[in-house]
Design a binder for this molecule. Structure first.
Ligand code: BGC
Length: 341
């Protein structure tokens, strides 16, 4: 009897010791949700001088403040710019991980090279919210802790094309200035590697065709989303095709603004210009009548979705039920046409 009693005592001690050890070493971590009073979010932007990305950044900062007020949880947003260099961005990701970031929000420099970032994040067990520059599906499917927030490129383009189709249907002469039955256009495209450039170009033109607008392309060029590059290209076009051009289709507002800069510099002819983004300077150009119209992705919702997903992941919580995720990982931001009031 005495012997059995001692055995039970020893086993009880061993179990108690193992329990205490487990609590101390953190094996409890995965079972019990952590009570955090602050979260650290590492954000890397492909470039710091991109107008659209800067608009998103400003909204993200606002949303982080609002989240702090609503939840009482301090949000540390560590925002870095990768200056168009993938190696720099990879180093930033390593630094974020070593600083103990709970989640990463990445606007990849090279969307085809997201796998290096995913490798690092997976090894460290840190979820990633990509935005604006969409990693390929194969990469996105590597882990269930990867998310993407963006504006659907085809939708942006169809809306952009609709601005022109609607105008042509109402008043053909508002697009076909010389009345020759054809609208002659030039096209300014974003970076070749960006999913938005190809798809926007294809679907803007397709929408015009489907809408019955007779079009003829005079020239097209890649201006990499940049106002200054677009301005230089447009100046050459004005010199070459100044009398023929009627319409300038731009993959984003900044390039439309660059084309307007060139028109103003050389005192060019009256032209219709359309953009995409509804950045602050883009909206001003629409309101002042310099740009015919643009397409707005709801930037507030865009940043809100990034922040909500990131914060939920950082706190090991469910993602806000108001966020509808396609395939459990893609958030598509709503878009609308913007015309002069
Ligand atoms: C925007 C561009 C921006 C680019 C950056 C696009 O979706 O329309 O204005 O320069 O993203 O990645």
């Amino acid at each position: 009897m005495r012997k059995i009693g001692m055995g039970i005592m020893w086993r009880a001690w061993i179990l108690l010791f193992a329990g205490v050890l487990c609590l101390c070493t953190g094996c409890s971590k995965s079972r019990m949700p952590e009570k955090k009073n602050s979260i650290r979010i590492g954000v890397s932007l492909y470039r710091g001088d991109d107008t659209f990305i800067n608009n998103i950044r400003a909204e993200l900062e606002k949303k982080a403040k609002e989240y702090e007020q609503e939840s009482g949880i301090k949000v540390i947003l560590d925002i870095q710019e990768a200056k168009g260099n993938q190696n720099t961005q990879n180093n930033q990701v390593e630094r974020f991980i070593s600083l103990g970031c709970d989640v990463l929000c990445i606007n990849p420099v090279d969307r085809m090279a997201a796998s290096a970032i995913i490798d690092k994040a997976m090894t460290a067990g840190i979820p990633v919210v990509f935005f604006n520059r969409q990693p390929v599906e194969e990469d996105m499917n590597r882990w269930d802790q990867l998310y993407y927030v963006g504006a659907d490129a085809k939708e942006s383009a169809v809306l952009q094309g609709s601005i022109l189709v609607n105008l042509y249907r109402e008043t053909p002469g508002a697009l076909d200035f010389d009345g020759d039955g054809v609208v002659s256009y030039v096209l300014l495209e974003g970076e070749t590697s960006h999913q938005d450039s190809l798809i926007r170009t294809e679907w803007s033109i397709q929408t015009l065709k489907d809408g019955g607008v007779p079009i003829e392309k005079i020239a097209g060029a890649i201006a990499n989303w940049e106002r200054s590059q677009a301005s230089a290209i447009m100046e050459q076009w004005l010199d070459k095709y100044g009398d023929e051009m009627e319409l300038v289709i731009c993959n984003n507002d900044d390039m439309a603004l660059g084309a307007i800069d060139a028109l103003e510099r050389v005192g060019g002819p009256k032209l219709n210009l359309v953009g995409i983004d509804a950045t602050n300077p883009g909206l001003e150009a629409v309101q002042s009548g310099k740009m015919l119209g643009t397409v707005s992705s709801d930037k507030e919702k865009y940043a809100w979705a990034i922040l909500q997903i990131a914060a939920a992941k950082a706190r090991h919580q469910q993602i806000n039920a108001e966020i509808t995720l396609t395939d459990g990982k893609y958030y598509w931001c709503a878009q609308e046409i913007i015309l002069k009031n």
